[in-house]
Write a protein of this length. Structure first.
Length: 480
């Protein structure tokens, strides 16, 4: 399954800073398309908006920028990227069948767009360097430098040949420099942590030297630092370097902050110590947003948001933060209320050691099982379909059973989420024996995971459709 995005360039009329992206889905058509918002010309994937897609697959996005910027388009769990310039209209065609993304670019800067899509662009720079964890530092550094040099040469040739502007070339150059700096910095952090854990100081100097060179590669006072979509990860690594290499640092300090429920305040405190002005504003807002996106509904973020609005009363980032903070406030308000009368817990669930014991309660009835945890984003995304799911199960005499894999220390959060998401049906939190039984039965226990149990208590489908795939799920339930 692939998503093929063809980008053509049409003429533009209007203000020089206006950018329009006209899109069309061919194949699978989603209800909406999500995309990154370039706030102050800065692209960070968590600053998002969404646009409805019509029945024919058409959508249209509008931006106001002064300089070339990155735009990310999110659909079916995949990410497509464009580099847009002010005063242009882009025509995007997305051939979609939900599995991967491939870009074909036609029009202005065709070569640049095509070459850029070939570059490594993982969700986090750390994913690039896992193969180097056990390699010598010098070998790793040479390899990363070689990858960067090769990439830059490609775009430098396009610039020399007049196929892209100097402004566009400089943006790409900065972006790739920060990407590889982030990756190398993450490697240094991992090696540093491993050395500390083993109380091994033999390689500390060489690790610190590599890390120091990495965080010095782009000065924090650079006017263009934030234009790269890797800026947040670069700053994150910079702050880790400052924290970890401080003479008085001890890992126990972090552990204590986490156990006391103020780890986010601790980390923002470090940011305030080393970052200033626009960079601190960007980092703080991005940290709060990326943490809130996990939907753990941590109350600490409410206070940090209030501090942020006091420190930066006119911030353009505030509007993106507010909906997430409002959701956290609503979560804690709902947590104070009683459970819905239709949200029930399996009797003595703490001592249920197998799936067979779980479904005994429903003897003679089909059961739809949702295996989840409170830290699983995709699991919680499916809860928006719970009302439609409820009606489907009722009409087919099928019970609903949620099995959480949360540990004892997240028991309160588990129960609060049942209230917040209004998860009617039966609930159990798996002990170690039940979790081991599920893993034995299913082979591997990835989540979200859905099961269909027949009237005899046997597994009829060990990989049932999700609530978001309601029509296909209905077919599975009725046996078509």
């Amino acid at each position: 399954m692939s998503i093929l995005i063809s980008l053509g360039l049409a003429s533009c009329q209007g203000k020089r800073s206006d950018v329009t992206v006209k899109g069309k889905f061919i194949g699978d058509i989603p209800e909406e398309v999500k995309y990154s918002i370039p706030i102050n010309g800065i692209c960070y994937g968590f600053f998002q908006a969404s646009e409805r897609v019509d029945s024919l697959g058409n959508f249209e996005l509008h931006f106001n920028i002064e300089k070339p910027s990155f735009i990310k388009i999110f659909t079916y769990g995949n990410t497509g990227q464009l580099i847009v310039e002010s005063g242009e209209t882009y025509l995007v065609t997305i051939e979609s069948n939900k599995r991967n993304i491939k870009f074909n670019v036609d029009g202005k800067n065709t070569s640049m767009q095509s070459e850029y899509q070939r570059l490594d662009s993982p969700e986090h720079p750390q994913m690039l360097i896992m193969e180097f964890i056990n390699s010598p530092i010098s070998t790793t550094k040479n390899k990363i430098d070689s990858m960067y040099t090769k990439e830059v040469a490609t775009f430098r040739k396009l610039s020399v040949d007049g196929l892209i502007s100097k402004e566009l070339f400089d943006l790409i150059l900065l972006d790739r420099k920060l990407f590889y700096s982030c990756a190398q910095g993450q490697l240094a952090m991992i090696k540093f942590s491993n050395n500390k854990a083993k109380e091994n100081s033999a390689n500390t100097d060489s690790i610190n030297k590599m890390w120091d060179e990495t965080i010095s590669s782009v000065p924090l006072n650079s006017d263009d630092l934030l234009k790269s979509k890797w800026a947040y990860y670069y700053l994150e690594n910079y702050l880790m370097y400052r924290e970890y290499t401080a003479k008085d640092f001890n890992f126990d300090i972090r552990t204590k902050a986490r156990n006391n429920g103020n780890i986010h305040s601790y980390l923002i405190g470090i940011a305030k110590k080393y970052l200033k002005g626009e960079i601190l504003e960007f980092y703080t807002s991005s940290y709060i947003l990326s943490t809130a996106w996990q939907n753990k509904f941590e109350k600490e973020l409410i206070g940090l948001f209030e501090e942020f609005t006091t420190d930066f009363p006119n911030s353009k980032y505030t509007a993106s933060l507010e909906p997430h903070i409002e959701k956290i406030v609503a979560f804690h308000k709902r947590a104070e209320q009683k459970f819905d009368e239709n949200s029930k817990f399996l009797s003595n669930y703490e001592n249920i050691n197998s799936l067979a014991e779980c479904v005994k309660t429903f003897s003679g009835k089909k059961v739809y099982v949702d295996i989840w945890t409170t830290s699983c984003g995709p699991c919680k995304d499916e809860f928006k379909y719970s009302e439609d799911l409820k009606q489907l199960l009722l009409s087919n005499n099928t019970a609903m059973l949620y099995i959480s894999l949360d540990s004892d220390n997240t028991d309160t959060r588990w129960k609060d989420m049942i209230k917040f998401y209004q998860l009617t049906g039966y609930h159990a939190r798996a002990n170690k024996e039940l979790e081991a039984d599920l893993e034995k039965i299913l082979g591997s226990l990835w989540i979200p995971r859905y099961l269909l149990i027949d009237e005899n208590g046997e597994i009829a489908n060990n990989n049932a459709k999700r609530p978001s795939q309601l029509k296909d799920l209905e077919k599975q339930i009725i046996g078509k």
